[in-house]
Design a protein around this ligand. Structure first.
Ligand code: G3P
Length: 225
């Protein structure tokens, strides 16, 4: 008999705002968090301090990005970031040096997220370098009239062809439809801003239906508690 493989799509939150992470975590919606230098800038907080707080409230991996361009320096920064908490995933860019740093850091047993991935070949290299996660940027491909979702589908096929264990972390998600399409394409994880995750719950027919139910309920004159 074939054994059923438990497979869950994970949601990461693409933010460095603690209040947002806490609120989503209360709904069980936070499997991890992704940050980047732009999100740290937006938060206005000290990088290591905010990372520490995020790691405390997040049950899964928290991506923290290096800013060096050269492998040795990336490795040094990655090791320092990993000291913050055991759930840090070191984020390195998909460059030749980033791949070298990825190899060294994963061989040390650390989680590495290879980011700024825009092609299937780049994703293949990240998997070969032992990346824990690879982050294809959907929205930024759509921005230049390419098909971000096609990239997710291609990477899924390639990784499945060879049983690569690297997880596909669909990033640069801008709309609820990006989440639906990522799930259909078999992305392991979607990372999205809080407002996109909240928008998943919204439907005008839900609002309209609720309004009608409450009106009818009031007409019964009853109370539940
Ligand atoms: O997860 C990557 C993300 O922060 C980039 O998103 O919307 O700036 O392309 P965006």
């Amino acid at each position: 008999m074939l054994e059923a493989k438990a497979k869950h799509m994970k949601f990461f939150v693409d933010t460095a705002e603690i209040a947002e992470i806490r609120e989503l975590a209360a709904l069980g919606l936070v499997d991890g968090v992704t940050t980047n230098p732009s999100l740290i800038r937006k938060s206005g907080r000290d990088f290591l301090e905010v990372l520490r707080e995020i790691c405390e409230v997040t049950p899964g991996p928290v991506s923290a990005e290096v800013v060096a361009l050269e492998a040795e320096q990336m490795i040094a920064e990655g090791r320092k970031l990993a000291e913050v908490a055991p759930n840090i995933a070191i984020k390195v860019p998909l460059t030749w040096d980033g791949l070298r740093a990825c190899r060294v850091l994963t061989e040390e047993g650390r989680m590495v997220n290879v980011t700024l991935c825009f092609s299937a070949n780049q994703a293949l290299l990240a998997a070969k370098a032992g990346a824990t996660f690879v982050s294809p940027f959907i929205g930024r491909l759509d921005d230049i009239n390419l098909d971000g979702m096609e990239l997710i589908r291609d990477i899924r096929t390639i990784f499945d062809n060879y049983d690569f264990g690297t997880e596909i972390l669909a990033a640069s998600i801008r709309t609820p439809n990006h989440i639906t399409q990522s799930a259909l394409a078999g992305a392991d994880i979607a990372t999205a801003p809080t407002k996109v995750l909240q928008a998943l719950a919204a439907h005008p027919l839900t609002d309209r239906g609720l309004e009608a139910f409450l009106k009818d309920w009031q007409a019964t004159g009853q109370r539940i508690v």
